[in-house]
Design a protein around this ligand. Structure first.
Ligand SMILES: *Cc1c(COP(=O)(O)O)cnc(C)c1O
Length: 364
């Protein structure tokens, strides 16, 4: 910290993203990226857009909004493209929370919510999960504050039905309810259609997980035109050109080939379910994940130790030190080949662990 840091940020604890090490080649199963590359048309579109990088991009991202409108089935005035969905969360916390309006979210969820609340000096209401890490909509009725729910939730992968979210929307008509659908394309049901019915619903989407564009940074806020206008005012007051020209072009091309990405998501979902069965057979306990990751613990090996042993073998997964989930690891679903390698490594680790236990027990 320098001696110049503003008092406002002097106690800020920054979000710590999953590691992106460059020291060796890892099988990266730690930040929920797609294992599949962007389509050729996306790469062509990026190359074409690069030719005009001397010019500013369209600050209204009109073509991108129109392409998104086609796929999402809502009007372009209900969509705000952003520099990764973390940015729409930031805008929403600025637009819809303040000293009087707190923010509520599940106690175990995406770590960015708490960081953003601290950044903007917003009171946090962290709502405990039920046994088995589930979110109970009845804990979110009449809260009189902004609400954020990741659906499916992270890092558990557990999804709520739209009816549960509708219950929350109805019981909080005077508050904004943000539904973070970062992982919805892997099998959960979206509440996008409800944005026409509820003027207090903001849905957020990202192309980082489902559309192979984590490095391009592209996300969306979708909701009532009045909500989108508030968010756009914040966007224009912080970074009017928030989505760069190459990313806008990549997004348009990706929407035009939505089938390719939908296929990839289905492949990932099949790989997830197969991997989940194999992990259960090895004695792992898992939550019922509808996302592109699995949240797992083994009764015999502490979470931190499993993380470290996989890392030694060149496999990166995500371990969280938060005590309530420290026994778990979050494993991104990769290609079937990557999952075979993972399962092989886990078998090795488990048998080593058993051997070490036997040696200790029999004094060898
Ligand atoms: C990954 C993730 C995001 C952010 O994704 P971006 O890369 O910023 O688009 C938002 N919410 C959840 C729950 C996530 O897991």
């Amino acid at each position: 910290m320098s001696r110049f840091q503003s008092e406002r940020f002097s106690r800020l604890e920054a979000y710590v993203p999953g590691e992106q090490p460059r020291d060796r080649k890892y099988i990266k199963l730690n930040t929920n990226e797609s294992p599949y590359p962007p389509s050729e048309a996306v790469l062509d579109a990026v190359r074409a857009a690069a030719g005009a990088l001397n010019l500013y991009c369209d600050p209204t991202a009109l073509r991108l909004r129109r392409a998104a409108a086609e796929v999402y089935g809502v009007g372009p005035d209900r969509i705000l493209p952003v520099n990764g969905s973390d940015e729409i969360l930031d805008f929403a916390f600025m637009a819809f929370c303040d000293r009087r309006t707190a923010v509520a979210y599940p106690e175990t969820s995406y770590g960015f919510y708490s960081v953003l609340a601290d950044l903007h000096g917003i009171e946090k209401r962290e709502i405990p999960l039920k046994d088995g890490f589930s979110v109970d909509p009845r804990d979110y009725l009449g809260l009189h504050c902004t609400i954020v729910i990741a659906n499916p939730n992270a890092p558990t992968g557990i999804a709520l039905e739209p009816s549960g979210i509708e219950e929350i929307l109805n019981a909080n008509r005077d508050s904004v309810v943000i539904v973070d659908e970062a992982y919805v394309d892997f099998g959960a049901r979206s509440v996008l259609p409800l944005t026409e019915k509820y003027d207090n619903l903001l849905v957020t989407r990202t192309f980082s997980k489902s559309h192979s564009l984590a490095g391009a940074r592209l996300g969306f806020g979708i909701g009532d035109p009045a909500l989108i206008a508030d968010l756009t005012a914040v966007k224009d007051s912080t970074n009017p050109y928030n989505v760069n020209a190459m990313t806008q072009a990549a997004g348009i091309a990706a929407f035009e080939e939505n089938g390719y990405y939908a296929d990839n998501c289905r492949k990932v979902a099949r790989t997830r379910d197969r991997t989940a069965r194999a992990l259960s057979a090895l004695g792992f306990e898992l939550t019922d994940s509808a996302a592109n990751f699995l949240f797992v613990r083994h009764p015999k090996i502490p979470g931190g130790e499993l993380y470290a042993k996989l890392r030694e073998r060149g496999i990166l997964v995500r371990h969280f030190s938060k005590p309530s989930i420290a026994e778990y690891n979050r494993i991104t679903v990769g290609t079937p080949e990557q999952m075979e390698t993972l399962l092989g490594a886990l078998e090795d680790i488990l048998s080593e662990h058993r051997a070490a236990g036997d040696a200790a027990r029999y004094g060898r």
